[in-house]
Ligand binder design. Structure first.
Ligand code: PCA
Length: 325
């Protein structure tokens, strides 16, 4: 028996409509620009979920802080204004010091150590987020952090009075301890901040400097490898609870792949973006010995301060990390 094409078309149109009626759209706010590797990873994760759930859940990413600004993303998800989103984990250090476990100076300075530190911290962070109505899905490290300036810097004394862009409590504290003036600015806005002189220096990865074309304003990048902070993706717990087990499994699988692929990208990007800064005309080199050793001292002060403020949770993370060596 032959079906008439028109009938087939009508039937498939009906199926599509029926499918669409059940589909949910999850808007996913992200703080960093679309060209950033975290945003690329998030976009792939979104596609993976949309495909894997057969279109039941369609995740739509909104990079560059376009839906919610970085500082507002976690609250938006906790309160259900958005079902899912990505944020810099240590950005929450101001509400609980434990969130800054990945920004303790010189605790984990390589991708391998950062991975061990994350394994050590994951149970604590999962519980902490759960208590805040959030389900942790995946976390990806930024490349190692170094210092950006618009002049040659060989010692902490050379930093005095510089306007320093910060992105969490640790970076603001670093500014204070080195005699600089911290000003908190989201990555999405740094090109303008440097161009207008609102900020003149920062600690960040080659990836962020490359992504924001900072060579238009800055001249030097010093590799310090002070820490590798993480972005993470979270879902509202009520939304998660209403998601079928089959779809939860798909989302978890996509999240594992995203963590793996994002980490791989971060590693690849480390050298690529430092070369990109060079191609932009910047001087890129290891911090000199004096600067390194002065920063180590400041790092020791910051580590002690963090341990004190992060209490028992912080202590357990460090113990688990040391035990994993
Ligand atoms: N880039 C982000 C956080 C760490 C990084 O490498 C930023 O500068 O905001």
């Amino acid at each position: 028996m032959k079906f008439k094409p028109a009938l087939i078309a009508a039937v498939s149109a009906l199926t599509l409509v029926a499918g669409a009626a059940q589909a949910e759209k999850w808007d996913m706010p992200m703080a960093y620009s679309a060209t950033n590797f975290h945003s690329a990873t998030g976009a792939e994760f979104a596609n993976c979920v949309t495909t894997g759930t057969g279109g039941d859940i369609e995740i739509v990413t909104h990079p560059s802080g376009s839906l919610f600004k970085g500082a507002d993303i976690k609250r938006a998800i906790q309160t259900g204004q958005a079902p899912i989103g990505e944020r810099l984990m240590s950005g929450h250090q101001n509400e609980n010091a434990v969130f800054g476990f990945d920004s303790v100076p010189f605790l984990a300075t390589s991708f391998d150590d950062a991975a061990r530190l994350w394994e050590a911290a994951k149970p604590t962070m999962t519980t902490l987020l759960d208590q805040q109505n959030l389900v942790l899905l995946y976390a990806v490290p930024w490349p190692p952090q170094g210092l950006y300036f618009k002049k040659e810097v060989n010692s902490v004394a050379d930093m005095k009075g510089i306007k320093f862009r910060s992105y969490n409590n640790a970076t603001a504290r670093l500014a204070e301890l080195t005699g600089m003036l911290p000003v908190s600015i989201e990555a999405a806005e740094i090109s303008q901040a440097f161009a207008t002189g609102v900020a003149e220096a920062m600690v960040s990865s080659g990836a962020t400097g490359y992504d924001r074309k900072v060579w238009e304003s800055l001249t030097h990048f010093y590799e310090v490898d002070s820490w590798l902070p993480r972005n993470y993706v979270m879902v509202n717990k009520d939304v998660w609870g209403k998601t079928s087990e089959a779809n939860q499994n798909v989302i978890r699988a996509c999240a594992s792949m995203a963590e793996y692929a994002g980490t791989w990208r971060s590693k690849e990007y480390t050298g690529f973006t430092l070369n990109g800064l060079r191609a932009g005309g910047m001087t890129v080199q290891r911090a000199g010995e004096q600067l390194q050793s002065e920063l180590k001292e400041i790092g020791a002060t910051m580590s002690a301060e963090w341990l004190k403020s992060a209490g028992q949770d912080g202590q357990s993370i460090i113990e688990a990390y040391n035990a994993s060596k």
